[in-house]
Write a protein that binds this ligand. Structure first.
Ligand code: PLP
Length: 411
């Protein structure tokens, strides 16, 4: 006899119990945490994995013959295997642990791009980049006499991509998978394909994409993919650079020190194999362990159900916020991750943020490290509510009610 296995419904209240901080209060009001794009909250499984690591396995990795060092190395390298599987990378040596997206991008700028850049060369980015996907390229372009070129965006916050922007002088196309300032989800696979057709390498900034979707780097076809653990429900201080093996192999080290060497003499030093060539010094072992635990936790949830839930949150927030008098949503792309950026006529975003805070609602205000986006829309700053799968429709309503108070105060 066959039994039909129905997919269990996604129960947000059950999931929320896994996140201790979400049970908390601020200013005597229940916390409504809508700043997930800045950093997301950590499930108990991550907190316990980090705690267990320090209590039971704390030691330095790779270099010790004693039992604890072996245990720590197993934990750390086990986390690398989990990231490899999560991204569907071809090999574990393609996964470099870094401090976060910012360091991953700087590594590529220094070790991959800088040696290849000549005067007159170009690096293509988009107008919706986070500063960390602009400034590292700008620095090496400045050193080499190369320049940045930019894919513009339209009024909805969608890319106005034209293949002509990929020129014979383009040495790299670096673009954001999902925009932290607008929420736009870019057609990463198409963009990579256009670049590859011209032999141009690609780096995808996945900081805001990975918390919302499964990413398959082989399916994307990109050369580099960068993300941060702390936005993916893991600890701060740990991040990932995925890089294609043949490129990483050919790149010089990023930093010098222990671990990244094979043999050191005063005359000459030779490098370790990848990924260790790029992991100088003692790594954030506990961070890697916590990131691995975050992936295990996410892997046990129903990805499709999470996605549907976030889509519902986004739809409700977009509809309800659009009805607030004087509120304008910046970023109305057809494909978005679950965040809404807005301004409110006659109210400075920082005042919005402070009044919402008094209501227990945490949103981010400012330029979101994307000043070119602010310039594009002619504003100095905005407010941003960004959702994770553990947010509820009631929290969207709490945001809207709190904005009603802002409106009253500034009537
Ligand atoms: N890229 C994007 C799109 C981001 O949203 C962020 C952080 O907000 C970063 C890069 C930088 O990430 P991190 O500060 O974790 O290095």
């Amino acid at each position: 006899m066959h039994r039909t296995l129905a997919r269990p419904a996604f129960d947000v209240e059950t999931v929320r119990k896994d996140f201790p901080i979400l049970q908390g209060h601020v200013w005597c009001k229940p916390l409504v945490y809508l700043d997930n794009a800045a950093t997301s909250q950590k499930p108990r499984a991550v907190l316990e994995a980090v705690d267990r690591y320090y209590r039971e396995h704390n030691s330095n990795v790779h270099r010790g013959v004693h039992w604890l060092s072996g245990a720590a190395t197993k934990d750390y390298e086990g986390a690398r295997d989990k990231v490899r599987a999560w991204l569907n990378a071809a090999g574990r040596e393609e996964i470099v642990f870094t401090r976060g997206t910012t360091e991953s991008i700087n590594l590529v700028a220094r070790s991959f791009l800088r040696p290849r850049l000549k005067p007159g060369d170009e690096v293509l980015v988009t107008e919706m980049e986070h500063h960390s996907n602009i400034v590292p390229w700008q620095i090496v372009c400045g050193e080499a006499g190369a320049k940045l070129s930019v894919v513009p965006i339209d009024d909805r916050g969608e890319l106005l991509f034209d293949e002509k922007l990929l020129t014979p002088r383009t040495r790299l196309f670096a673009f954001v998978h999902a925009s932290n300032a607008l929420g736009t989800l870019n057609p990463a696979k198409d963009l990579v394909r256009a670049a590859r057709a011209r032999g141009i390498p690609t780096l995808v900034d996945g900081a805001q994409a990975v918390p919302h979707m499964r990413v398959d780097v082989r399916d994307l076809g990109c050369d580099f993919y960068a993300f941060s653990g702390h936005k993916l429900f893991g600890p701060t201080g740990i991040g990932v650079l995925y890089g294609r093996k043949e490129l990483l192999d050919a790149m010089p080290p990023y930093q010098g020190g222990g671990e990244m060497i094979r043999r050191v003499t005063f005359e000459k030093t030779t490098w370790n194999d990848i990924p260790y060539k790029f992991e100088a010094g003692t790594p954030d072992i506990a961070g890697a362990v916590g990131l691995g635990a975050a992936l295990d936790y996410l892997g046990a949830l129903d990805a499709e159900a999470l996605h549907d839930h976030e889509a519902t949150l986004l739809a409700r927030a977009t509809e309800a916020l659009s009805a607030v008098r004087g509120l304008r949503i910046l970023g109305t792309a057809r494909r978005k991750v679950s965040l809404v950026t807005f301004d409110l006529e006659g109210v400075h975003p920082h005042d919005i943020g402070q009044i919402l805070d008094q209501e227990g609602v945490a949103v981010r205000t400012g330029h979101h490290c994307a000043q070119p986006v602010m310039d594009r829309f002619g504003v100095p700053a905005t407010a941003r509510a960004s959702f994770a799968f553990y947010n509820t429709l009631a929290e969207v309503d709490a945001l809207v009610a709190a904005l009603g108070k802002v409106r009253e105060l500034f009537a």
